[in-house]
Design a protein around this ligand. Structure first.
Ligand SMILES: Cc1ncc(COP(=O)(O)O)c(C=O)c1O
Length: 404
């Protein structure tokens, strides 16, 4: 008789965004005349830039001719894309990362969920709280997190690093040594960023205790401040302790197109075995590569025209962030983020819980956001709004919130 992987049964509750969708549906059914503005899910709304569309069309045409047809992509990604990424995202920033240390994938969600597979089940993970849920849930599925306590909403074998206004949403070194440390900057959901010195301290710490940092830089394109690291490889020593995950979703609108990459430097070793060789083996066995057409589209992200168009797209969303940030500040809200990230993280007013504020905003302003508690217990009392909507809706949503 077959047995299921009962680690899946340990996963608590329904997925955050399903609960939100259910509540919004109920509200819409009861109030069909109300115009709902959605600033909840972190999905982009602007169409793909013209340079990307042009490249997609060209690649589609190539696929229709025998001479230029492409079948299975190389496991680790086409050389043209890996070299382009290496030059633009690393060499141009003075970082020592080689093209063969870059693994092209279908996005940072898969990579951040899958990367744990190459580590022993005995490894202890540390995560920020609140956190992008995929890091914890994928470790739950693997059986690495112990038991769940519904009262504290915490797993017995996970080290939580609270990130609240008290520590400016920057995690502190845990008292117990972790083996795998998940960091995400610019941060989802808090919209916070760390300085180069802060990130360097994490790299030094990881090297000292022999831990690996899994650094999710999906929102790197939204960095606007100086002295803020665009990649963890700006930090000295990161080649021996850090894996970096990147996505084309937020910088180039690929949420539905799907492309990302992981960087695994060859200097990370355990008893003489490189993590690079394990990830290459895993990729080769379980993945047949991102489509040629999409990898060509990814290459166009780095073309002169692509860069210029995407700079405008990011600026469009960041203007929305400014509208939300300034509007809410004017209305007396305590607000964070929105400067190096497309997320605004606000303190709920009048001691409301995150879900109470969700209902209040939905019912009175017909605006949908995301309750902070959905990202972890330290998110309780906070609320996330995204800048990924269109400008007109964002302005209207903020006007409605100010009027409350
Ligand atoms: C922190 C973080 N990492 C990864 C992802 C997923 O990226 P992708 O679309 O490349 O799978 C998201 C998406 O919202 C995210 O917020």
């Amino acid at each position: 008789m077959f047995k299921i992987n009962d680690n899946y049964l340990k996963l608590p509750g329904s997925y955050l965004f399903s609960t939100i969708a259910k509540k919004v549906n109920e509200f819409t059914n009861a109030n069909p005349d109300k115009k709902i503005i959605r600033l909840g899910i972190g999905d982009v709304t602007q169409p793909l830039a013209p340079a990307i569309i042009e490249s997609l069309h060209k690649a589609v045409d190539e696929m229709g001719k025998a001479e230029t047809f492409h079948g299975y992509a190389p496991d680790l990604g086409y050389e043209f894309l890996r070299t382009t990424i290496q030059k633009n995202d690393y060499e141009a920033r003075g970082c020592d990362i080689q093209a063969d240390e870059i693994f092209v994938s279908d996005g940072a969600k898969s990579d951040s969920a899958n990367i744990q597979e190459i580590f022993s089940i005995d490894n202890k993970i540390a995560v920020c709280d609140p956190v992008y849920p995929v890091y914890v849930d994928s470790n739950v599925m693997a059986g690495r997190t112990g038991s769940y306590d519904p009262a504290t909403e915490r797993w017995s074998d996970v080290i939580y690093m609270p990130c609240t206004a008290d520590n400016h949403f920057a995690p502190e070194f845990p008292t117990e040594n972790p083996d795998l440390i998940y960091l995400c900057f610019p941060n989802n959901p808090t919209g916070s960023m760390v300085t180069k010195e802060q990130l360097q301290a994490w790299v030094d710490y990881a090297n000292k205790i022999g831990a690996i940092i899994i650094y999710d830089a999906a929102y790197e394109a939204y960095i606007s401040e100086e002295n803020v690291p665009h990649t963890i490889y700006e930090c000295e020593g990161a080649r021996t302790c850090a894996i970096e995950l990147k996505s084309f979703s937020k910088n180039a609108g690929f949420t539905g197109t799907r492309l990302g990459y992981a960087v695994v430097p060859k200097d990370i070793k355990s008893n003489g075995v490189t993590l690079h060789s394990l990830w290459a083996r895993r990729h080769g066995t379980k993945y047949n590569g991102a489509p040629y057409i999409i990898q060509r589209a990814g290459e166009a992200v780095y073309s002169e025209a692509g860069k210029a168009q995407l700079k405008q797209q990011v600026a469009y969303y960041m203007n929305n962030a400014k509208v939300i940030l300034e509007g809410l500040k004017k209305a007396g809200y305590e607000v964070y983020g929105g400067v190096n990230a497309p997320y605004i993280w606000l303190k709920t007013p009048n001691q409301m819980t995150s879900w109470e504020f969700f209902d209040y905003l939905l019912e009175n302003a017909n605006v949908v956001g995301t309750p902070g508690s959905g990202f972890g217990p330290s998110g309780e009392g906070y609320f996330r709004l995204t800048a990924f909507g269109n400008y007109e809706n964002t302005v209207e949503a903020v006007e409605r919130i100010i009027k409350l």
